[in-house]
Write a protein that binds this ligand. Structure first.
Ligand code: ATP
Length: 213
């Protein structure tokens, strides 16, 4: 079994218009591989495709494997791939703790669920905000809660679609570092889509398939 996320000749098209790829790359466990490309080049569509929710208006080619198993045709709920967007999509009507608890797999009992939530808040250095609503948090706190919520779902891979774009410069630096370090320590493969070279922590590819670093 080859651990990690493998894209083999992945392409995205809409009608007769070719958008992205052919993209072939292996993302190792703990690695964050970056993808860059101009606006409209199919970055978000590629993320949607890997996560299993590509709009049927698009067509995808090639093949994707995760930890040695083919993902093509596997429904979204069975893929166990986490996605973070520019908008953190925290549930406004729930507290921080409820947002986090919601992500923990159903099979985990109540006591263990809350222990995991506490551990996540501790890891993200977010003491004392468990009972707050997302709207009362700073941008950096929200970003860390969103990352922790994604990880509590025990994803086998993480997809990041410009998750730092809304953070101001000072925060961006810290949240980026925290995000990449957390991904590395969990040992899950991650794909980062961005248009800012400063976001890039390691290997970088162009959405068309060319390796840039
Ligand atoms: N229903 C549709 N019909 C035709 N074209 C579409 C449709 N939906 C999206 N597109 C086009 O598909 C292309 C890919 O969009 P996508 O959002 O994946 O690109 P992107 O690289 O993520 O862009 P951005 O950097 O602006 O977010 C865009 O050029 C868009 O105009």
């Amino acid at each position: 079994m080859k651990a990690g996320l493998t894209l083999s000749n992945v392409t995205i098209a809409i009608g007769t218009r070719h958008l992205a790829g052919p993209l072939s790359v292996h993302v190792r466990p703990g690695e964050t591989l970056s993808l860059m490309g101009p606006s409209g080049s199919g970055k978000s569509s590629l993320i949607a495709h890997v996560s299993g929710v590509l709009d049927p208006a698009f067509t995808a080619g090639g093949s994707i494997m995760l930890d040695g198993a083919v993902l093509d045709g596997v429904p979204v709920e069975r893929r166990r791939i986490g996605v973070l967007f520019q908008d953190d999509l925290l549930f406004a009507h729930m507290t921080v703790a409820e947002n986090l608890a919601f992500a923990v797999p159903r099979a985990v009992n109540r006591h263990e669920r809350w222990q995991r939530v506490q551990a996540a808040l501790h890891e993200a250095e977010l003491p004392g905000i468990a009972a707050r609503r997302p709207e009362t948090l700073s941008g950096g706190q929200r970003a860390r809660v969103a990352l922790m919520r994604a990880l509590l779902a025990e994803p086998r891979a993480l997809l990041l679609d410009e998750p730092f774009a809304r953070l101001d410069m000072a925060l961006r630096e810290r949240i980026r570092a925290f995000t990449f370090a957390t991904i590395a320590s969990r040992g899950i493969p991650a794909l980062l889509v961005t248009h800012d070279r400063k976001d890039v922590p390691g290997r970088l590819m162009e959405i068309g398939g060319e390796e840039l670093v």
